[in-house]
Design a protein around this ligand. Structure first.
Ligand SMILES: Nc1ncnc2c1ncn2[C@@H]1O[C@H](COP(=O)(O)OP(=O)(O)O)[C@@H](O)[C@H]1O
Ligand SMILES: [Mg+2]
Length: 370
């Protein structure tokens, strides 16, 4: 098996469009992860660390922050992959691609190629696998026996128990005070009591910060909508309001009854919704490139939006970045931007159902792209 090292020594993490550069709290957890990395990288000792805890406790954000902020880490070859969006049959193919390890053939050949690479490379490769519970125990056990520094991020303990990982860092659910502190940093037009109310409600259910953030964003949209309606009635009634407990109450019920992605889609500007509909129609089994996506999008705009389209491919790629930061799709960036791949992050069936509620996007889905 020929292993090519045409690749960049550092790199390899795949592009992260939205990374918090500072996180409130999580000091201890961050220190433990940093000290694990420092110990194993500096001493060139293979090892594994599992980061566990319920959803929305900042596991992914913490790891991304470390790899973004710690420049010494960036000098070491590392790969970050989200197992939720890779097909189980393409785990090693994805790792090989990210590492720049040439491999022809299927998953088995890629597995072998990556293994050879990690055996012979001067510096140990750091492999970070987010949503690692998606992988089979067999794959994880395999990786644990390689000459690598492995970090797995997951929700459950089953994986770590089964594999006997060397070290575990557990992220416990955020407390009311933690959530209040984080929300206060991110939202400044909320009444104090509204933030407290949101934090209490979320902490009482599951402490999932993602939901708290969704509720606040949604409450903002509700407040904006109410204000718009009122300003149509009378100018004096249309004061610049802050977001209050009532807005949070309404937002809370919809966030906990509808998926966050569904909510997010409802608030998308038309062009972004149309882009999603286009992606649904062209994304069958294989990944779609940005170039192909852009060409299809232009065709759709011509047909359904009277030609109102992005002015340039650059503008369109910006639009895709926005969809990615909303968590609706995933971009795997390449040097040649048009060759970057795009993946829907939602269940295609869910997107399809939501898009069919709108006349324009429903038309896009039902008429073929000819
Ligand atoms: N301590 C924190 N400070 C600021 N934002 C945070 C913090 N923890 C999590 N977040 C944000 O909350 C959301 C959910 O966090 P995430 O890392 O995806 O959770 P997990 O990976 O544990 O499911 C993300 O948008 C993340 O940026
Ligand atoms: Mg995560």
């Amino acid at each position: 098996m020929e292993v090519s090292r045409k690749r960049k020594r550092h790199v390899t993490s795949h592009v992260v469009s939205h990374v918090e550069t500072t996180l409130s709290g999580r000091r201890e957890e961050m220190d433990s992860i940093r000290s694990f990395l420092s110990k194993h990288v500096k001493k060139q000792r293979p090892g594994s660390l599992f980061v566990t805890g319920p959803p929305g406790t900042g596991k992914t954000a913490t790891i991304k922050t470390i790899f973004t902020n710690d420049t010494w880490l960036q000098r070491h070859t590392h790969v970050i992959a989200n197992c939720m969006v890779i097909r189980p049959t393409e785990v090693f193919k994805t790792i090989a691609n990210k590492l720049g390890v040439a491999c022809q053939g299927g998953e088995k050949q890629c597995q072998q190629a990556v293994k050879e690479y990690t055996k012979t490379t001067k510096d140990l490769v750091i492999i970070v696998l987010d949503e690692v519970d998606q992988l089979t125990e067999k794959v994880i056990t395999l990786l644990l026996n390689w000459r690598v520094i492995l970090i797995g991020i997951g929700n459950t303990f089953t994986v770590t128990k089964a594999t006997g990982a060397h070290q575990i860092v557990n992220f416990s659910a955020y407390s009311v005070q933690d959530i209040v502190a984080i929300l206060n940093e991110k939202f400044n037009d909320f009444e104090k009591s509204a933030i407290e109310y949101c934090a209490r409600k979320v902490a009482a259910v599951d402490g999932d910060l993602r939901k708290a953030l969704d509720i606040c964003r949604h409450a903002k949209a509700i407040a904006r909508g109410t204000k718009r309606k009122r300003s149509a009635l009378s100018y004096s009634q249309a004061r610049a309001d802050t977001i209050n407990i009532q807005h949070i109450g309404t937002a809370f019920s919809s966030v906990y009854t509808e998926s966050a992605a569904a909510l997010c889609m409802k608030e998308l500007p038309l062009q972004q919704t149309v882009a999603l509909a286009t992606l649904v129609t062209i994304q069958q089994k294989q990944d779609v490139t940005l170039g192909k996506f852009y060409d299809a999008f232009c065709k759709v705009c011509k047909k359904h939006l009277n030609g109102k389209c992005c002015q340039s491919d650059g503008e369109f790629f910006g639009l895709c970045d926005m969809l990615e930061s909303r968590g609706l799709l995933l971009l795997r960036k390449k040097k040649q931007v048009r060759l970057s791949t795009v993946l829907l992050k939602m269940e295609p069936a869910d997107v399809d159902r939501l898009l069919r509620q709108d006349r324009i996007t429903c038309n896009i889905l039902t008429r073929t792209l000819s």
